[in-house]
Ligand binder design. Structure first.
Ligand SMILES: [Fe+2]
Length: 343
């Protein structure tokens, strides 16, 4: 009997020595994602093929996912949260949803500008906040800067979605980072004063309103316009034919860009798998799928995306301001939006 126990103990010891240093996680990753593009299937399948780690996905809107994580608390099964825009990543970070990830791969592949310095979140693709104008109603010069949207020449000509939307909050936040809060507020006030109508709808609605002549200029994220450029629908083709896109501030700060990003969740049950997934998203193949799926640019500079719309738009000067450097002004930006009536 004693020998058997000893033998069992010896076997257990041998097994412990033979096992990897860290207890192996079950090969599962639970992903909460605000993305939902067709090309994502291949993106996730390739990860499973390469690692044997199965991905369970919950796809919902950014706000719903954050709300769900708040409710689930420490019992959350989620490992990784994938959402868009610095304003939302900042909010999730403030809520304590993320835990920092240390990864030489991510630090090396993702430019500092596109990740949280402490590793709470990493950007994997970027998009630009651009100005689209009606070619019969405005000139390229009228849309050359964000400041022009607030200028006297564009009185009654500007369309925008709500200033409280994360895309505009981040733009306002970047203005605060560059100019200080007082000047940023004067700018926002000028934009609101130039509006052709009350803010309503999403970015694509603004582009369509510009094409329809309801306004001469509008702010939009670049991928909405690229999507219309790639559309075969006659109505979309007409919208593109009547309009043009400008990357603002090419002679000063550069165009404001934002990210699609992800971070490891604080209560992630599968931390090792989560780290591997984040590193996978920075790989060449994943970068291509990830960026192209939503007509965005990959953050890894060496990766080229063969996207006819992005090729047609060409290269532009990106505002070098780090995402984290304006993300921290999100709360101030909301106050500016409220005070200036950019509803
Ligand atoms: Fe969007």
């Amino acid at each position: 009997m004693r020998i058997t126990v000893r033998a069992l103990a010896a076997l257990a010891l041998l097994a412990a020595i033979a096992a990897p240093a860290r207890a192996a996680e079950e090969p599962v990753l639970n992903l909460y994602s605000a993305r939902h593009y067709q090309t994502d299937e291949a993106l996730y399948e390739n990860f499973t093929k390469a690692t044997g780690i199965r991905i369970n996905r919950i796809e919902a809107g950014d706000e719903q996912l954050v709300e769900r994580l708040k409710n689930e608390g420490a019992a959350s099964p989620a490992d990784v949260l994938l959402i868009v825009d610095a304003a939302r990543l900042w909010q999730a970070q403030q809520l304590g949803l993320f835990q920092p990830v240390k990864s030489a791969v991510l630090d090396e592949r993702i430019p500092e500008k596109y990740r949280d310095p402490a590793g709470h979140w990493f950007g994997f693709s970027y998009r630009a906040r651009v100005i689209v104008y009606n070619k019969a109603m405005a000139d390229r010069a009228d849309a050359a800067t964000y400041d022009a949207l607030a200028g006297p020449k564009n009185k009654g000509k500007v369309c925008s979605r709500s200033g409280s939307h994360p895309y505009n909050l981040s733009l306002i936040a970047s203005q605060i980072a560059h100019l200080g809060e007082a000047k940023a507020e004067a700018w926002a006030k000028g934009v609101v004063g130039n509006m052709a109508r009350m803010p309503k709808g999403g970015d694509t609605d603004q582009i369509k309103a510009v094409a329809a002549g309801e306004c001469a200029l509008a702010l939009t994220n670049s991928y909405y316009y690229a999507r219309l450029m790639r559309s075969t629908q006659p109505a979309d083709r007409e919208v593109v034919a009547k309009t043009a896109l400008v990357f603002p501030d090419q002679d000063s700060f550069g165009t404001h860009v934002n990210i699609s990003g992800a971070g490891m969740l604080k209560n992630a049950p599968h931390r090792e798998n989560a780290r591997r997934f984040l590193e996978y998203l920075a790989s060449n193949d994943a970068q291509r799928y990830f960026a192209d799926g939503n007509n965005e640019w990959p953050v890894v500079a060496a990766v080229a995306v063969a996207n006819p719309a992005l090729d047609a738009l060409g290269k532009f000067k990106v505002d070098p301001l780090p995402i984290a450097a304006f993300g921290k002004f999100t709360a101030e930006a909301q106050k500016v939006a409220d005070r200036t009536g950019w509803r």
